[in-house]
Write a protein that binds this ligand. Structure first.
Ligand code: ADP
Length: 330
């Protein structure tokens, strides 16, 4: 986190605690003053009562008067205490609410900064690589093998760029309500097979296993569902070792179609399993942070799943890694 943000958070935290301390002290002071006042009033009334002892015509006995004054004092104390406690509870509820929303705001701001940095980096790298490759081919007459290699890496970089811009555009369109859904009857089995084939071509060194039931028909937007599958496959590639296999499965029951993408990477700690679906969230662990990313992929997946009457979750894969499951309720 940049130094300026850290300083701002520290300053805001100090002001917050000082304000809270001041408000609670003022409340305590108010309570003590009221108690003092009611004690003085009771003393004054007792003095007046003693004076009436000399007055033989008074209809009240001293004992009755004394009891009434003490009862009044006790009622006042209970009233002040309950009012004080009520205000204290209100102050604490408000303080917790403010604290949590400010902290959430700071976190989001920090994640947005990280996202901007990541996006800038992710956009610049493929552009520079593609430019360098094209310039090399323009300047030198390379042998066909070298030329082929340069073209392949350029295409890879362009497809990464395409993937990233698609994610950003789709996320912002889905959020802003500007996305034109084209819901149609489609065969999820075919779509998954096509995506897998695309990944096999892009990553010929990786092992993909598949168990795909035929005829898993859903009503959905083909482009969005392709983005969902691609994000899960892209993560499985990104976060698992090169030599480990990636499993894709699709099965269907009467009411549910279940799509699973599992890998044998580092897995996801239990306390992060829900958070990874929030916008811009990236796990802070060094193993996963080394990989490039923006923290937008799984957020987009959960949004797409919700738009297709589906839910998405992650569990531990066995013996290791993570297993992402999307369940379509049909
Ligand atoms: P990105 O991959 O661009 O960082 P995502 O939203 O796709 O963003 O994922 C959020 C975080 O969840 C990632 O930063 C990573 O830490 C974690 N994650 C996602 N998929 C996996 C996976 N298959 N294995 C381990 N960690 C994962």
């Amino acid at each position: 986190m940049p130094d300026i943000s850290r300083k701002r958070i520290r300053r805001a935290t100090i002001i917050y605690w000082l304000m809270l301390f001041y408000i609670i002290s003022a409340l305590a002071w108010w309570f003590i003053s009221l108690q003092k006042q009611s004690r003085l009033l009771a003393d004054y009334k007792l003095m007046q009562l003693s004076a009436t002892l000399d007055d033989a015509s008074s209809p009240f006995s001293y004992q009755e008067g004394y009891k009434a004054i003490l009862a009044d004092k006790r009622t006042d104390s209970i009233k002040h205490l309950s009012e004080g406690l009520f205000f204290l509870a209100l102050i604490i509820i408000a303080a917790v609410f403010v604290f949590r929303s400010v902290r959430r705001q700071f976190k989001l701001q920090q994640q947005q900064q990280n996202f901007m940095m990541a996006v800038t980096h992710e956009l610049k790298t493929p552009i520079s690589v593609a430019r360098l490759n094209l310039e090399t081919m323009q300047k030198y007459s390379l042998d066909p093998e070298k030329q082929k290699r340069l073209i392949r890496t350029t295409l890879e970089e362009i497809s990464r760029l395409n993937f990233l811009t698609n994610n950003i555009l789709t996320a912002s369109q889905l959020e802003g309500g500007g996305y034109q859904f084209s819901m149609e009857d489609l065969d999820l089995s075919d779509l998954l097979k096509d995506c897998l084939q695309d990944f096999r071509n892009r990553f010929p060194e990786r092992i993909f296993s598949e168990q795909i039931m035929a005829g898993a028909d859903v009503k959905g937007d083909p482009l969005l569902l392709q983005i969902l599958i691609n994000n899960l496959l892209e993560n499985a590639i990104k976060y698992s070792p090169k030599e480990s296999p990636i499993e894709a499965a699709l099965k269907k029951t009467d009411s549910i179609i279940e799509l699973k993408i599992a890998d044998e990477g580092p897995g996801i700690p239990d306390h992060e399993k829900k958070k990874i679906f929030t916008k811009f969230y990236r796990i802070g662990s060094e193993t996963t942070r080394k990989a490039k990313g923006t923290g937008l992929g799984l957020y987009l997946c959960s949004k797409i799943a919700a738009d297709h009457n589906a839910d998405i979750s992650v569990t531990n894969n066995h013996p290791l890694g993570s297993s992402f499951v999307v369940r379509f309720f049909i």
